[in-house]
Design a protein around this ligand. Structure first.
Ligand code: ACM
Ligand code: ZN
Length: 538
């Protein structure tokens, strides 16, 4: 059995082992120097010794540039005395190193201090070009070190997009120089609804935090070295209370509110809060924010959310109603479509494609063709199938499998693993599917440890869907590899869900646990798992 997650496209194990030690020599064709250096520094960090970089192809380890290999793909050809890595890009060679890392880390547990691996031949390339994770830092701010750690682990699993949910009702997390109140006011809140959706009690510990533009640049550069692009999200027109708390004129009726301490379409003056789609000043604000963020994030995408937008305020607002009349918009859904379109056109001029949740398909009147749809709703949405038929691009994030902030009782490991992103009523030509994304909404994730618990080991299951060919997927085989992989996670000091708790087979029990999560205690499953870990750990 190969100790690799996600499983490669093709592999053949060989007899014997390859040892990487301080006598090992490494060569790279110039195009792949970066991957060579990454391997050298990784070896040094893991084992305290460095292989020697040489200029001869007679080296023990060779990185060879090969144009015929797919983008992000690689070949590892490893015998007992030679390790050849071929790729057509830094990304491919980098993923080869990530594979070597997993293969060698599995061995290191058995022979500490020596980097070795079984001889093997691997041909690999990704199923999807877009392999993403959503990190919500609006509900809780985790900070630079946690984000860098997540990026490292994403690369380890061959994931390549961080969708960064930087704004919501509960917080605005990015410095915008033209609008300083966004971080003076909007990044802070007095407390947090902290127990469950169905429990209104508030922990009155103030919460805050934001990234300066300098820090954003540092994180984006850090990610780029790991072949990860960061797609920023500024959620609008709903999920916008932190912006409105900072600048009340962004709302329809200049409402005075504070940054939300309750989640959802919440109480306390936040019900139905939304950006005004009628005032020019709202559009100017959005364009200004885009102007500042676009140069910081080189990704060709920009996410505007667009989900869960209540239209009550728009119905009452003279500015919104005027714009509807002037533009012949039949209803408030069309007004949201009008807004999406204006922003999509603005982004397009900056070389970026707008991404929005599948609610943006509620009205496709004149919808910019370049817009990318992210499909999240639990119910099947025939509009997504139509969008694919129209030749639009789609990212699959279905709630019932890829919402990894849900309990394991609800979205168990097997459910996440076996979910087939193209078998959800998308029966036409699915070539427009860019890829998949797993979400970590953080309403109930206040700490790094809790985040890790939600991630591991579902990230492994998700990554295999994102990367591996569909025909190579097999839950039993995956689970066997995962059992071998868990010590690697432990060695990295990562909190994970104990394997026996990752699937709740009894349907009644699963239903009960989901109910507890929603109504009583969103932390019950985690607390139980931590208690188990404490009792069973040396
Ligand atoms: C969403 O979960 N509201 C996209
Ligand atoms: Zn309005």
């Amino acid at each position: 059995m190969i100790n690799l997650i996600p499983i490669p496209k093709y592999y053949k194990e060989r007899f014997g082992e390859f040892i990487l030690n301080s006598d090992t020599t490494v060569y790279a064709d110039e195009q792949l120097n970066f991957a060579r250096d990454f391997l050298v520094s990784l070896t040094e960090r893991t084992c305290g010794y460095k292989p020697h970089i040489v200029v001869s192809k007679k080296a023990n380890v060779c990185f060879l540039y090969d144009r015929s290999i797919a983008k992000e793909g690689y070949i590892i050809d490893c015998t007992t005395n030679e390790l050849k890595i071929s790729a057509s890009s830094i990304a491919g060679a980098f993923y080869a190193v990530q594979s070597l890392r997993q293969l060698m880390l599995a061995e290191i547990l058995e022979k500490p201090g020596v980097l070795n691996m079984h001889a093997i031949y691997i041909e690999d390339e990704p199923r999807y070009e877009y392999r993403g994770i959503l990190l919500d830092e609006a509900r809780y701010f985790f900070g630079m070190d946690v984000v860098k750690g997540i990026l490292d682990m994403m690369a380890f699993h061959k994931l390549n997009v961080l969708h960064w949910h930087l704004t919501d009702n509960e917080g605005w997390r990015v410095e915008i120089k033209k609008y300083p109140k966004l971080t003076e006011i909007g990044s802070n809140r007095r407390g947090t609804q902290h127990i469950a959706w169905g429990n209104k009690s508030v922990d009155w510990t103030p919460q805050g935090g934001f990234y300066t533009q300098k820090e954003i640049k540092e994180i984006v550069a850090y990610a780029a070295r790991l072949n990860i692009m960061i797609v920023p999200e500024i959620d609008m027109p709903a999920h916008f209370a932190a912006a409105i708390a900072s600048y009340p004129e962004l709302s329809c009726r200049n409402v005075k509110i504070e940054t939300a301490y309750m989640h959802g379409n919440c109480e306390g003056g936040h019900q139905n809060i939304i950006a005004c789609a009628g005032k020019d000043t709202t559009y100017q604000f959005i364009y200004d924010v885009i102007d500042e963020l676009a140069p910081l994030f080189p990704a060709p995408y920009f996410h505007i959310g667009g989900d869960e937008a209540p239209k009550t305020e728009w119905k009452k607002c003279p500015d919104c109603q005027r714009v509807m009349q002037e533009n012949g918009l039949k209803n408030e859904e069309e007004l949201q479509g009008y807004m999406n379109n204006k922003i999509a056109v603005y982004l397009k001029r900056k070389g970026k494609r707008l991404i929005g949740w599948n609610e943006i398909l509620k009205t496709t009147k004149d919808l910019e063709h370049s817009v990318v749809v992210q499909y999240w709703t639990p119910a099947n949405d025939s509009r997504v199938a139509n969008a694919l038929v129209e030749g639009r691009n789609v990212i699959i994030s279905k709630h019932q499998a890829f919402y990894l902030d849900m309990t394991y009782a609800q979205n168990g490991l097997k459910t996440t693993y076996e979910f087939e992103p193209e078998k959800i009523g998308l029966t036409g030509d699915n070539s427009g599917i860019l890829g998949v994304e797993g979400t970590f909404w953080s309403e109930w994730i206040p700490t790094k440890e809790r985040l890790e618990f939600q991630m591991y080991p579902r990230l492994e299951a998700f990554a295999e869907t994102a990367w591996s060919p569909r025909e190579n997927k097999n839950y039993k085989d995956f689970y066997a590899r995962l059992v071998k992989f868990m010590p690697t996670l432990r060695r990295m000091n990562i909190v994970s869900c104990p394997l026996h708790m990752t699937n709740v087979k009894n349907k009644l029990k699963a239903f009960h646990m989901k109910n507890v999560f929603v109504t009583k205690n969103a932390h019950a499953e985690y607390n139980r798992a931590m208690l188990y870990r404490k009792r069973h750990r040396k």
